[in-house]
Design a protein around this ligand. Structure first.
Ligand SMILES: Nc1ncnc2c1ncn2[C@@H]1O[C@H](COP(=O)(O)OP(=O)(O)OP(=O)(O)O)[C@@H](O)[C@H]1O
Length: 399
């Protein structure tokens, strides 16, 4: 069983720690906070397991250059996306890159990971580092609210305007010809019952505001902690999002039929309509930009995070296949929570590890995954929480 080390073990291992961590003042602070993690030293043997990465210094490559790069970490729920994203961000920042770490997962855990309140939808400086690291938990509900009130302020915006601004005006005309009263439907109503993907699309457009703004030019690394696979794929495939929106509108048709009087739309004057359209046009432009950005291998990389189980590996394989179809650049696969070889006669540990080794073999033989650089991270027996722990995690994952 993996249990926290006994106090005497912590004491003896803390000596080893002083040799594992560079002796800077910040590092000494880290050592003192990280001591409970030091039993992990035995886990480091896990590195001996074959890796397709060979001896390439992966982190050096990721950190090279001052041009801005975006790293998106994604995978199945609970595999350690947040821990990996947060530890990468900490490592970039300590390496000299002013960094932003952004969570696009509606069920955020960045705050928990940094042990600091990062909610609120704005950039928050991360405590406990000398280097500039900022975090942002996108609040889709809040972003949607802002968007709704902006659209209401400018007199209300119709779905037809929205679709026009998306370049789908023709389609709306066609639907109207078929008797669907789209012209009468307000965008606010669509936002009340958002189709899948709308939250993510709006959230990502919000990220773009930060990314485009002059005052954030200094940030050379942006790390995204994405939502579990399904959400993230929706976010990456904006055409799917549009399809889903249209599907949603079709569904609303039934609602509208029974409540026609309630949905009579009163558009403002031409000028106000223009304002609203401009806003929507901005949203559309941002979406297009994000779409391009996600596919630019020069600036963006999607890192798949998995754990050594058949289910997680299968999902990672499907994720990679979908990302390839979307032309999203993927180079690396992190296998997190790998059990170290057991020194004791713990049968459970031996069985579990054997199982994990089979899953790792599966990765090496999987047509979708075999070409990726494999990086392994051991399972440690405490939660990865707070900057010192993330720094420690960063040093064992991102080498
Ligand atoms: N290598 C590891 N060893 C031990 N615990 C780990 C490791 N990696 C992650 N964890 C723990 O697993 C839990 C889930 O991790 P994390 O929140 O990073 O996963 P996630 O993939 O982002 O989850 P979600 O899909 O729910 O957002 C956390 O408690 C974290 O501390």
């Amino acid at each position: 069983m993996l249990v926290s080390p006994a106090p005497h073990l912590v004491r003896s291992l803390s000596f080893a720690a002083s040799r594992l961590v560079p002796p800077s003042p910040a590092a000494s602070f880290a050592v003192s906070r990280v001591q409970p993690f030091l039993f992990v030293r035995r886990s480091l043997r896990v590195r001996a397991i074959t890796s397709t990465a060979g001896d390439v210094a992966e982190f050096e490559e990721m950190a090279s250059g001052t041009k801005r790069k975006y790293y998106m970490l994604g995978g199945k729920g609970g595999v350690g996306k947040t821990s990996c994203a947060a530890s990468l961000a900490v490592k970039f920042a300590n390496h000299g890159h002013p960094t932003i770490v952004v969570s696009t997962d509606p069920a955020h855990s960045l705050s928990d990971s940094f042990a600091q309140d990062l909610s609120g939808g704005t950039l928050v400086p991360v405590d406990g580092l000398d280097a500039p690291l900022f975090a942002l938990e996108i609040n889709p509900e809040k972003a949607r609210e802002e968007f709704r009130s902006a659209s209401q302020k400018s007199g209300g915006t119709g779905v037809k305007d929205f679709m026009d601004s998306m370049g789908l005006g023709m389609l709306v005309e066609q639907l109207v010809k078929e008797g669907i009263p789209l012209g009468e439907l307000k965008l606010g109503e669509l936002l009340d019952t958002p189709p899948p993907g709308l939250d993510e699309a709006i959230a990502i457009s919000k990220v773009m505001q930060f990314v485009e703004a002059q005052e954030y030019n200094m940030f050379s690394r942006i790390v995204f902690d994405t939502a579990p696979t399904g959400h993230t794929l929706r976010l990456l495939s904006l055409p799917d999002f549009l399809d889903a929106s249209i599907g949603k509108i079709l569904k609303l048709k039934q609602k509208l039929a029974s409540a026609t009087s309630a949905i009579k739309s009163v558009f403002g004057q031409e000028e106000t309509k223009q304002d609203a359209s401009d806003k929507l046009e901005q949203l559309r432009e941002r979406m297009v930009k994000v779409r391009e950005l996600f596919r630019d291998a020069e600036s963006t990389e999607f890192v798949i995070v998995t754990i050594p189980t058949v289910m997680a590996v299968s999902e990672s394989s499907r994720l990679h296949s979908s990302l390839k179809k979307e032309n999203v650049p993927v180079k690396r696969l992190i296998v997190n929570q790998v059990l170290p070889p057991s020194a004791s006669d713990c049968k459970f540990c031996a069985m579990k590890r054997k199982d994990q080794m089979r899953a790792i073999e599966m990765i090496q033989n999987d047509a979708e995954l075999m070409g990726l650089k494999l990086m392994q991270a051991p399972l440690v027996d405490v939660e990865i929480r707070g900057v010192p722990a993330l720094r420690f995690m960063g040093d064992i994952v991102w080498k």
